[in-house]
Every structure is written in structure tokens, then in C-alpha cells.
Design a protein around this ligand. Structure first.
Ligand SMILES: [Mn+2]
Length: 238
């Protein structure tokens, strides 16, 4: 089975509970759609899990990029990351020797921004934030749909930061269509409706159910979507 989870934000124990709930096995595949770190207390455990497990792929989120830029010495991120949710990751990271930090840096630099795949005849594009309207191209001549994989790649080359922080997918008109069905995280579905939960539209599904959302809500959850069956399994985070 192919499973998707996003925006775990350092909640490693609850994440492992969720994997036990779905009976995740070595023969399954798991794609993590970014923002594994910041806010929670077990950020490095999350990254270690992603690096270690051969059947797990982490795509880059804006919080992985914050951590990467911090380790690269970006002065703005050095000053601001703590305010952007990074204080818990910083606490874990700071005592480490440079060689260990460098391992994390190389790993973060290596992360992809999207993954195209086909399951049961449906063509999907998995990515953290979804889409940046500033580069709404290339458009396919035959049906006017945007080639989402190429569009994201172009934007990332121009401005990786702006891409990973973009909320555009949730704001663009319905006339904008894509050549693949997008599955994203990044934008807590609690912004859409009070009860949150996986949010399904004709163009995309948002699986960030806000387990670490800044606003306290009894509906904050972590979600796991199984692509073959469409089944969603939830895990609460205290
Ligand atoms: Mn994000």
C-alpha cells in the first residue's frame, strides 16, 4: 500500500502510534509531505526515522528549509527560526557536534520538492504546499492544464522559499486546472472548516489536519491517507 502523512511537526510518538494503527509494513511505501520538524519535542527522531527507513520518502517542507538555511548560516533564519516554531528543534540541534549537524544539513539539501506517481490509473503529484501562481506554466496545448510537476520545478529553481511557503493552491480560481491530481499538506484544513479532517476537492486533497496548529482546537489531528483505498486514519496529538 502507498500511504501519505504530512505536517508531523516533531510529534514522533503519535506518528509511530499512527503507523501501528495502519499496520505499516516494510513492503508498504510511505511518502511524508514535509514539515516533520518544529513545534513538537521529537524533531530529530522524526528526521532520523525518515533517513533510516528505505521505504519512506520525505519531501521538503518550509520547516525543513528553515532548518537547512539555519545550518547554512542564513542570518535572517538565525534570527527568526525560533519564532517560526523552530525553538524546540534548536534545543535538540544546538548541543550536537558539527559533524552531526552537517549530516542533517546534507540530508535536508538532498530532499525533493515533489513526487509524481500513478496509483490505480490516477496520476498524482505529491508536494508540500501545492502550487505557486506566479509561475502558472507550462500549460499543455491539448487541454489547457498546467503541467504541475514542471511548474513546481521551475518555481523552486527561481525561489524555493516562496514555493514552500505558498498558500496559492487554496486561493486560485476554479478555472485553473492541473494535469495531475495534487496531494499536499502545509495548509491546516482547520482553516477550511471547524472540524478539520482531510479536505478533498476536485483538484487537490489537503492532508494537513493541523496536529500542531497554533490555534487550540479539539479537532487538531494527524492524518494518514492510503492512496489505493482512500481510507483515512487519524491520530490525536495532545
Ligand atoms: Mn508548511
Amino acid at each position: 500500500m502507498v500511504y501519505l502523512i504530512s505536517d508531523v511537526h516533531g510529534h514522533y510518538d503519535e506518528f509511530m502510534r499512527l503507523l501501528r494503527k495502519i499496520k505499516f509494513r516494510k513492503t508498504d511505501r510511505l511518502y511524508l509531505l514535509g514539515d516533520m520538524v518544529d513545534r513538537g519535542r521529537q524533531n530529530l527522531s522524526m528526521l532520523d526515522f525518515c533517513r533510516r527507513e528505505a521505504n519512506v520518502t520525505l519531501l521538503k517542507g518550509n520547516h525543513e528549509l528553515f532548518m537547512q538555511r539555519y545550518l547554512e548560516g542564513d542570518p535572517l533564519v538565525k534570527e527568526k527560526w525560533g519564532f517560526w516554531g523552530g525553538s524546540t528543534t534548536l534545543r535538540e540541534l544546538e548541543p550536537l557536534p558539527w559533524e552531526k549537524k552537517e549530516e542533517y544539513l546534507r540530508y535536508l539539501q538532498s530532499l525533493a520538492h515533489g513526487r509524481a506517481l500513478e496509483v490505480n490509473g490516477t496520476r498524482y503529484f505529491l508536494t508540500h504546499s501545492g502550487f505557486s501562481a506566479d509561475i502558472a506554466e507550462p500549460v499543455r496545448a491539448e487541454d489547457g492544464r498546467i503541467d504541475i510537476e514542471a511548474s513546481v520545478q521551475r518555481f523552486v529553481e527561481k525561489d524555493e522559499w516562496a514555493y514552500l511557503c505558498s498558500d496559492d493552491l487554496h486561493l486560485i480560481p476554479a478555472s485553473v486546472r492541473f494535469d495531475r491530481y495534487i496531494i499536499c499538506g502545509h495548509y491546516p484544513t482547520l482553516e477550511y472548516r471547524e472540524e478539520g479532517g482531510v479536505y478533498v476537492t476536485s483538484r487537490f486533497t489537503d492532508i494537513d489536519c493541523g496536529c500542531a496548529w497554533k490555534v487550540r482546537s479539539p479537532h487538531r489531528r494527524m492524518a494518514c491517507l492510503c492512496l489505493e483505498t482512500g481510507t483515512v486514519t487519524y491520530q490525536r496529538v495532545e
